[in-house]
Design a protein around this ligand. Structure first.
Ligand SMILES: NC(=O)c1ccc[n+]([C@@H]2O[C@H](COP(=O)([O-])OP(=O)(O)OC[C@H]3O[C@@H](n4cnc5c(N)ncnc54)[C@H](OP(=O)(O)O)[C@@H]3O)[C@@H](O)[C@H]2O)c1
Length: 248
């Protein structure tokens, strides 16, 4: 289905709290939205809400499960042509569960790294054919330095950051934007069990940052919110011999 007079945005992992708040603002802009998530039936109330907010069209796609890579091409083909894609899905595993189980590590790397690499590669092909497009991916500041408390998740997001950097490098002459979104702490179902401190922002605030990054900003790498650039600059400047002793 094409929506010729409005910008069309595909959202993968659309039930994510951050994705939903971003989608609300895209709807207000009048975007046509394609939504994909593990349980498409969960998207029905969101789709109705987005129409009321001003989306020019909302289409719910067949189930998108990051653990089922054979379905990715079909999901993307059903949405094409689209102008933008926001990839939002992810899981925050328990580090101790992960480090003792090769199958758990493999699963988490599939959800947080490999599936997104596959999806970006498929979307990039579409954008190259179209001669334009914006690819925005929610990664994490956790990918910027390995810590004992979450280095499987961090490794997946770190790999993703490097992948996106290379893809951006390759596509920058072809009119295609690749945006790496780096949230810090956001109050969403993913962080429900984590004690909230002053560095937390709401999913709504994150949605505002993400919407701005996609629609207005020219930045390639966007911290959500921007103060994380400074925090991560400090964390990344700690020499490794000192950092490895910190219980972070
Ligand atoms: N919250 C934070 O503090 C934080 C910080 C940095 C980065 N991030 C990243 O932000 C992104 C959005 O997360 P969120 O904070 O908005 O959390 P969230 O509301 O819990 O959303 C997580 C999303 O991932 C989806 N998902 C999980 N496993 C999946 C699978 N196998 N296949 C397809 N979808 C799957 C969930 O789908 P269901 O609805 O089906 O469960 C849900 O839509 C993630 O990439 C996360 O890593 C979050």
């Amino acid at each position: 289905m094409t929506h010729s007079n409005s910008t069309t945005t595909l959202i993968l992992g659309a039930t994510s709290a951050m994705a939903e708040h971003s989608a609300r603002l895209l709807a207000t802009d009048g975007d046509a939205l394609f939504l994909a998530a593990r349980n498409p039936e969960d998207l029905a109330p969101m789709a109705e809400d987005l129409k009321v907010r001003g989306a020019s069209a909302v289409t719910i796609l067949p189930a998108f499960d990051a653990l089922k890579p054979d379905t990715f091409a079909d999901i993307i083909n059903q949405a094409a042509p689209f102008d933008r894609v926001l990839i939002a899905h992810g899981s925050l595993p328990d580090q101790e569960d992960c480090q003792d189980s090769l199958s758990k590590i493999k699963q988490e790397l599939q959800i947080n790294f490999q599936s997104t690499v596959d999806l970006c590669t498929l979307c990039a092909e579409k954008f190259i054919d179209q001669g334009s497009g914006t690819l925005a991916v929610i990664s994490s500041v956790a990918g910027l330095r390995g810590r004992q408390s979450n280095y499987i998740y961090g490794a997946a997001k770190g790999g993703l950051n490097t992948f996106l950097q290379g893809l951006r490098n390759r596509l920058q002459t072809k009119g295609i934007r690749v945006i790496t979104l780096l949230p810090g702490f956001v109050d969403t179902p993913m962080t429900a069990d984590i004690k909230k401190g002053p560095l937390f922002i709401s999913a709504e605030q994150a949605g505002i940052c993400i919407h701005k990054a996609i629609t207005k900003s020219k930045s390639d790498i966007v911290y959500v919110p921007s103060f994380w650039r400074f925090i991560m600059w400090i964390i990344r400047s700690i020499p490794e011999p000192i950092f490895k002793r910190l219980k972070l």
